[in-house]
Design a protein around this ligand. Sequence first.
Ligand SMILES: Cc1cc2nc3c(=O)[nH]c(=O)nc-3n(C[C@H](O)[C@H](O)[C@H](O)COP(=O)(O)OP(=O)(O)OC[C@H]3O[C@@H](n4cnc5c(N)ncnc54)[C@H](O)[C@@H]3O)c2cc1C
Length: 245
Amino acid sequence: MSSATSVTEPVVFRWHQAEITAIAPVTPHVKSVRLRCGLAEQYRAGQHVDVRLTAEDGYQAQRSYSIASAPDGSGTLELMIEGLPDGEVSGWFSDCAEVGDRVELRGPIGGSFSWDGPDGGPLLLAAGGSGVVPLLAMLRRRAQGWREIPAALIYSTRTRAEAIAVAELERLAATDPGVSLHLAITREAGGRRIDAALVAAALARTGPPGKVFICGSNRFVAAASDLIVAAGVAPGLIRTERFGA
Ligand SMILES: Cc1cc2nc3c(=O)[nH]c(=O)nc-3n(C[C@H](O)[C@H](O)[C@H](O)COP(=O)(O)OP(=O)(O)OC[C@H]3O[C@@H](n4cnc5c(N)ncnc54)[C@H](O)[C@@H]3O)c2cc1C
């Protein structure tokens, strides 16, 4: 009798030491944190890592953070962390972390919510708030050698000042005819939410998408998914990731 089974073994990740090599503000509440670690070349755009902090008394806290960078041979990866009021881990990065500090990383995590050039496209991306981070990594990966794949990013934030990497995204959209950016600023004069017209404008630029990635709060992901399906995109093409509330 064969003992072969199709049971999928759980993947056990080990923790890697990581050293902060750079910290820079990205928006008033978001910091870019570059970390040197052994995982730096082993991930796909869209994946995330677990970050573990250990206090002097041994207390530990861990949270998930998407990787913002695309593997670039530097031995480092970039996270973009939004400091939440009283946030245990994000607050540490926001207020305390310094170059040279050490944390632990585990991963990369996220098989289906990831993209590399050979996966093809066109890419339809939709992000709310800090949900843009993994999608930024996909656009950076695309720019490394798959510029022939059309990509549209719908990006919703409360204010323009809160939009992560907006200068980089606007520069990309202005210089690369294959990329379009569709901002939905919700809390400024003349602002708007993601709606059917915005989705239609993005689809008009990409044509029928081959891959759709949506990331943000539960409410944003639900709204964006409904609009994209209503626009005629097959639900099976859509991959989502939720960042909590
Ligand atoms: C797959 C994935 C990827 C992610 N990627 C990113 C990313 O790229 N960037 C990013 O910024 N975030 C990301 N997140 C979110 C991140 O994991 C954390 O959830 C976030 O940073 C908050 O963690 P924290 O420890 O700072 O806050 P926590 O300590 O968990 O607190 C969260 C909120 O609850 C409030 N709170 C805490 N305790 C209490 C209490 N007792 N009573 C009332 N309120 C309380 C805090 O004020 C805070 O606003 C990701 C999440 C997932 C699941």
